[in-house]
Design a protein around this ligand. Structure first.
Ligand code: FE2
Ligand code: FE2
Ligand code: FE2
Length: 420
């Protein structure tokens, strides 16, 4: 069994997620992808290779979710520790077969051109990785000048790149870059409005590819791991919510396909939390009205990230509606009654269950019996679906194990229970 998803749109969504993590520095991947593509065009490369360059540019920093590392990558031209995120990034994309061929480009995107002869990789791969590296450094050098004095700053950027010809970068690629970047249009195209328009236009040409459910789960885990470095709680929570939602879907006798999709929706439901500052997510105590309002954005953000991926329409809606309530007083769409489907109600219950079963900085996990009490109180307040909660009650032990990945009474240790 498989689904067809639009791969280009999925990569774009991943790049949007990376932009959310980037906090101050957004669109880095998109600019590198755009410039790498321009270089590829100028070299007369074929469309499949152009697509790889564009996608590798979008995703090359997929292992960078920490703001500090992000800042260092922008501030410093080169340093030894840069290799780590290349190795990790290569390993991340290798997990999802349709992207695995991009791994070498990401793995070597900080490798100096003069170091390649000692490595056992093909010259063509080395050149593509070097295109990503060159444009990555161009963007780091230019980062503080966008929307400001870009056209003045470009001269110094071009001089720096020229100086690094033969050491960091392949001489003919530097020459090519000097030709391309001689025009003002090259630089102005990198500013946000033009860049985003370009990425959307390019995405329209993207194609649907069949992806099996285990593959789709790996893609969801790839998203989850990007989130993980920022918020380990969210990763753990997403894994547990996904397992429990799937278990409940099975107990309701839903089709295998629906169960698979519910699990993926569980993995992705809190993607939008990337936009919420960590201090608020992990605040020990009551939230102010302002903080509450900030949190309430997250499921809408999830919706916006996922709805752009052709083929994932159901999953996007099921994931994004996890804070809706049967009485219609949830957020952000105020969808209740019959419009709130069983799939959505299941994920909503799994979400609350997992959160209560999870250790938080300010409290211990609740016991299974206590969790059921809380869930039932929520049903009385029309916040959760009664039928789903009663199903949890019938399978309380297995629900606990699914949500936490452990036995009742066992100490918490993280288990990647979704490995195939
Ligand atoms: Fe980068
Ligand atoms: Fe949520
Ligand atoms: Fe959640």
């Amino acid at each position: 069994m498989s689904v067809s998803i639009n791969l280009g749109q999925a990569i774009h969504a991943l790049s949007d997620v990376l932009d959310l993590v980037g906090v101050g520095e957004v669109f880095h991947g998109k600019r590198v992808g755009f410039m790498a593509l321009q270089c590829g065009h100028a070299l007369g490369l074929d469309e499949p290779v152009l697509e790889d360059l564009f996608h590798a540019g979008l995703l090359h920093d997929c292992a960078v979710s920490s703001t500090i590392l992000h800042q260092r990558l922008i501030d410093e031209l080169d340093w030894e520790g840069a290799e780590v995120h290349c190795v990790q990034g290569g390993e991340l994309v290798e997990q999802f077969a349709p992207l695995a061929h991009l791994a070498p480009l990401i793995r070597y995107h900080h490798t100096h051109w003069d170091a390649f002869p000692t490595l056992k990789i093909s010259e063509s791969t080395a050149r593509l990785a070097n295109i990503i590296f060159l444009n990555d450094r161009v963007d780091a050098l230019t980062a503080s000048h966008y929307e400001r004095d870009l056209l003045l700053a470009r001269h110094a950027v071009r001089e720096t790149i020229w100086r690094l010809s033969g050491s960091l970068f392949a001489p003919d690629l530097v020459t090519l870059f000097m030709d391309l970047s001689a025009s003002e249009a090259f630089w102005l195209s990198l500013e946000a409005r033009h860049l985003i328009r370009f990425v959307h236009e390019r995405e329209r040409e993207a194609r649907l590819v069949p992806v099996s459910f285990p593959e789709l789960r790996r893609l969801a885990l790839l998203f989850a791991q990007v989130v993980d470095a920022k918020s380990p709680y969210t990763m753990e929570h997403s894994l547990g919510t996904a397992r429990l939602a799937r278990l409940l879907a099975e107990r309701f006798g839903l089709s295998v396909e629906t169960c698979e999709k519910i699990e993926v929706a569980g993995l992705l439901h809190d993607l939008g939390k990337l936009q919420v500052p960590d201090e608020i997510l992990e605040k020990p105590g009551p939230l102010t009205a302002e903080e509450q309002a900030m949190i309430q954005r997250h499921s809408f953000e999830t919706y916006q990230i996922l709805r752009g991926i052709g083929g994932l329409e159901d999953i996007a809606v099921w994931a994004a509606y996890h804070h809706e309530r049967p009485d219609g007083h949830g957020y952000p769409f105020h969808c209740g009654g019959a419009a709130l489907t069983l799939e959505m109600r299941i994920i909503a219950v799994a979400d609350v269950f997992q959160a209560l079963a999870q250790r938080r900085p300010y409290r211990q996990p609740l016991s299974p019996a206590r969790i059921l009490e809380v869930l039932r109180a929520f049903v009385r307040q029309s916040r959760l679906d009664g039928t789903v909660v009663e199903r949890v009650g019938e399978h309380l032990e297995s629900s606990w194990r699914a949500a936490t990945g452990m036995e009742p009474g066992e100490r918490w240790t993280w288990k990647p229970a979704l490995a195939d």
